[in-house]
Each structure stands twice: as structure tokens, then as C-alpha cells.
Write a new protein. Sequence first.
Length: 116
Amino acid sequence: MNATINTARPGRPLAQAIPFPPEAEILELFPGSPGHNPVQMPTHPRSTAETGRDDSSVPKRSKKPVGGSELGMATAEYAIATLAAVGFAGLLVVILRSEEVRGFLLNLIRSALSLP
């Protein structure tokens, strides 16, 4: 069995770099919007003189960690909602297995399929 291996010749690389085509330029985001002024994030927070807002009316967040009885509230609420959903699903199964509901649904489907 003969095998050939492609090796680079002196002065000739195995692979050549292919230049990427230039990226498309966004001309406008929506009709009539200027495309030449891109939105830039500020490098420093604005002062109250620039924004015209007074930060004294904004409530400050507490640095105190939440603890005690507040720690597991979200988990307990999710568990209660899950149990309620399972109970509702069980109720729907019992209702849909009854002959009256099954007959009603079959008549509804038959009448919908027989419409002209």
C-alpha cells in the first residue's frame, strides 16, 4: 500500500490566508434614522447638573444581607405553585375521562370537521 503525504515545497506554504470580505455597514436602523452617529456608552457617570435629577429622592438599597425567615421564601412559593399545578392537572384528567365530556368533545370535533 502506497501513501503520499503532501508536504510544503520550499518557499510555498501548505495553506494560504484568504482575506475576509469587508463587513457590511449599517446605514440606518429604521427609515429616516441617521446611521453616522452610533450610540456610545458614557465612560463616566453623569453629574446631577447634566441629568437634572436629584438622587436624594431615590431610596438607597440596604447593604444588610437577607437572612432568617426570608432566606427560603422563593423556594417555598415555587413548591406551593407546583403542587397547585399538579392538583389542577389531576382534576382535568378526571374531568376529561368522563363519558359526558368525551362525548361533548367528539361532537364538537365532528361538527367542526363537517362544516361546509
